[in-house]
Design a protein around this ligand. Structure first.
Ligand code: IPE
Ligand code: IPE
Ligand code: MG
Length: 235
């Protein structure tokens, strides 16, 4: 295996919108609005960095347990983002993909997502992957079920099950594993994000709250990554 230290894929857990708003005595939804604006800024910065894949954790399967008001506000922001950003996505040659349990999303959002994916499928400068209604354990359960089905109906033998096969059945099948994982807001946990995919990812935790995370910090993390030694178990 050739391990170049070139960063191809950055995954981000965009955390801290609520605390950002609280510090300003504003409602949580205001923090989410600023967070959504920052998605646009960081996507632009990514294009300049030359890194080809960006995966953003926008909403987890567990986030459905938040209050109805907050979930509604987040879904409204998402609708707005999907409508407003279409043009920018196309102009910037960004391919957009969504990973997660889409059937849990409302039908109008599912339609918008399908439309954006289809329209942007041939874009090549950056792949922006949005994890929406995403939970890594559920993703793995879905994969196990699909393999079990194939074994049961005789299309697959148990001995043929491999790491590669599992990778190829996850939602991220067309995306390389992340080189860098960033979590903002000071929490140092993974919160059910890309558990299989981050086996050898370099982790970066920053106290910056997501709405304040900027291009400078992103580039500084890429720089730190370039100076880290990845060993993959070897000496
Ligand atoms: C991240 O910000 C956005 C989502 C999880 C949707 P939070 O809403 O988790 O903000 P904090 O963690 O409460 O500050
Ligand atoms: C993780 O943040 C999910 C997203 C950023 C979308 P949370 O705020 O939901 O995670 P916990 O609850 O602190 O683990
Ligand atoms: Mg949070």
């Amino acid at each position: 295996m050739e391990e170049s230290n070139l960063c191809k894929h950055i995954a981000i857990i965009m955390d801290g919108n609520g605390r950002w708003a609280k510090k300003r005595a504003m409602p949580r939804s205001f923090g989410h609005k600023k967070g959504a604006e920052n998605v646009v800024k960081i996507t632009r910065a990514m294009k300049e960095s030359g890194v080809k894949f960006l995966t953003l954790y926008a909403f987890s399967t567990e986030n459905w347990q938040r209050s109805k008001d907050e979930v509604d506000a987040l879904m409204d922001l998402l609708r707005e983002y999907l409508d407003k950003e279409f043009q920018e996505i196309m102009e910037n040659n960004v391919k957009i993909v969504f990973i997660g349990e889409r059937e849990m999303l409302s039908e109008d959002i599912q339609k918008k997502i399908d439309f954006l994916e289809k329209e942007s499928a041939k874009n090549t400068d950056l792949t922006l992957c949005i994890a929406l209604s995403y939970g890594s354990r559920q993703e793995i359960v879905n994969t196990v079920k699909s393999i079990a089905r194939n074994v049961k109906n005789g299309d697959l033998s148990i001995d043929d099950i491999s790491q590669e096969m599992i990778s190829n059945r996850l939602y991220t099948r067309n995306i390389p594993d992340p080189d860098i994982l960033i979590r903002t807001s000071g929490e140092q946990r993974i919160s059910n994000y890309l558990l299989w995919q981050i086996a050898y990812t370099e982790l970066f935790f920053t106290n910056t709250l997501w709405p304040d995370f900027d291009k400078e910090e992103l580039l500084s993390i890429i720089e730190q990554f370039n100076n880290r030694e990845r060993r993959y178990g070897k000496n």
